[in-house]
Structure formats: structure tokens, C-alpha cells
Design a binder for this molecule. Structure first.
Ligand SMILES: NC(=O)c1ccc[n+]([C@@H]2O[C@H](COP(=O)([O-])OP(=O)(O)OC[C@H]3O[C@@H](n4cnc5c(N)ncnc54)[C@H](OP(=O)(O)O)[C@@H]3O)[C@@H](O)[C@H]2O)c1
Length: 180
């Protein structure tokens, strides 16, 4: 259960350019045993290209699964553990701390499920890769149909496609996806 003043989402939506980026299988799975159940280099390359030189936000479990800060990005990790520290990582316990970090440019929400669920209402956009096929897993994509509306498919490959969504609340922002 997330306890958060509804207006904090409005403030985050207005003040920061928060975008979510995720990959989901046809059966809704995004993770298994704290890792990603597929290995698609082109999809990873898409993620790298989109988030390059920007700020990225992830949950502590996703950070641990990667094992190191993502290079060439400002890494922000969310945890309730006030003692948790890693080199080259900014740690936050509460979402309102995002307003104090002087973030310029986009802040990419990179998962996992808990962080997507919490941050989706503050995101202007969602870049969602759909990985073709069904995968075994223990972590599912939270529902997002009430929050985002599809704009268009921006990439199609043999193993996945990428759809660009915009926030219903922020539908007046320009609906063109980032140039690839
Ligand atoms: N397919 C994709 O696009 C994708 C992307 C990212 C991750 N994943 C997968 O998703 C799975 C991990 O997802 P997950 O949902 O289990 O974990 P997660 O969202 O990565 O991290 C959860 C952690 O975030 C912290 N957290 C959550 N809510 C918080 C709050 N309100 N305040 C402060 N801290 C909070 C807690 O850390 P503490 O326990 O330290 O307090 C919590 O344990 C893995 O399998 C990963 O590989 C998939």
C-alpha cells in the first residue's frame, strides 16, 4: 500500500520529466529470481540508448540484480534502508527527495515492479518493450492502462517491439517519442 499525498504526484509530474522504460513478456512477466528472464542484446541496446547520460531511478532489488551503477548515467536507488550505500549511487527513501536532487533532463524509471507501480502516476511517458513469447517468472508488470494511453509503436524487431505511451494526465505534452 502506497501512502503518498496525491498532490506529490502532480508536483513530480509537473516539475520533473519522469519517464518509465520497461520490457514485458506477452504473459506480463518482467522478472524471475531477481533477474530478467530473457537475453536480447538489441533490447538492452535500446534501453542503453534511451537512458544514456540521463538520470535513472530503480529499486534496491533491481540495483542488486545488476550489481553496479549503470555507466554514463546518474544512478538513483530507492530503499527504505537508511544505512544502504554504494559508490556512485544516490540513495533516496522517499519520492519527494527527487525534487531536491537538481535533476535536469529526463529521469528514467527503470523498475522493478514495486518502483514502476509507485512511479507510474508521476511519469509523463512510458517506453514499453514487449518481448514476444511467454516466460516463467515471479514478477509481473503492474497494471498501467488507467495511467497511460498508447501513442505509437516506434520499433519492431523479430523478438520484440517498443510502444510509446503518454500519461493520460499529461496528454497535452507533445506526443512525439524521442528520436532514436
Ligand atoms: N523487465 C524489465 O524491464 C525489468 C526492469 C527492472 C527490473 N526487472 C526485474 O524486476 C524484479 C525486481 O522487481 P521488484 O519489484 O521485486 O523490486 P524493485 O522494485 O527493483 O525493488 C524493490 C525495493 O525497492 C525499495 N522500495 C520499494 N518501495 C519503496 C518505498 N515506498 N520506499 C522506499 N523504498 C522502497 C525496497 O528496498 P529495500 O528492501 O532495500 O527497502 C524494495 O525492496 C527483478 O526480477 C528484476 O530483474 C525487470
Amino acid at each position: 500500500m502506497i501512502s503518498m499525498p496525491a498532490d506529490l504526484y502532480g508536483i513530480l509530474l509537473q516539475r520533473l520529466d519522469i519517464r518509465a522504460i520497461a520490457a514485458v513478456a506477452d504473459n506480463g512477466i518482467i522478472g524471475n529470481n531477481n533477474s530478467i528472464p530473457w537475453n536480447i542484446p538489441e533490447e538492452m541496446a535500446f534501453f542503453r540508448r534511451m537512458t544514456q547520460n540521463a538520470s535513472v531511478l530503480m529499486g534496491r532489488k533491481t540495483f542488486e540484480s545488476i550489481g553496479h551503477p549503470l555507466p554514463n548515467r546518474r544512478n538513483i536507488v530507492m530503499t527504505r534502508d537508511t544505512t544502504w550505500r554504494r559508490d556512485s549511487v544516490i540513495t533516496i527513501q522517499k519520492l519527494d527527495q527527487l525534487l531536491e536532487l537538481g535533476i535536469e533532463g529526463p529521469l528514467w524509471v527503470c523498475g522493478g515492479a514495486m518502483i514502476y507501480k509507485m512511479l507510474f502516476p508521476a511519469c509523463r511517458e512510458l517506453y514499453l518493450s514487449t518481448v514476444f513469447g511467454k516466460f516463467e517468472g515471479d514478477t509481473k508488470m503492474p497494471p498501467f492502462g488507467d495511467i497511460f494511453v498508447i501513442n505509437k509503436t516506434i520499433l519492431t524487431c523479430t523478438t520484440f517491439k517498443v510502444d510509446h505511451y503518454v500519461a493520460r494526465q499529461h496528454a497535452n505534452i507533445e506526443k512525439s517519442p524521442l528520436s532514436l
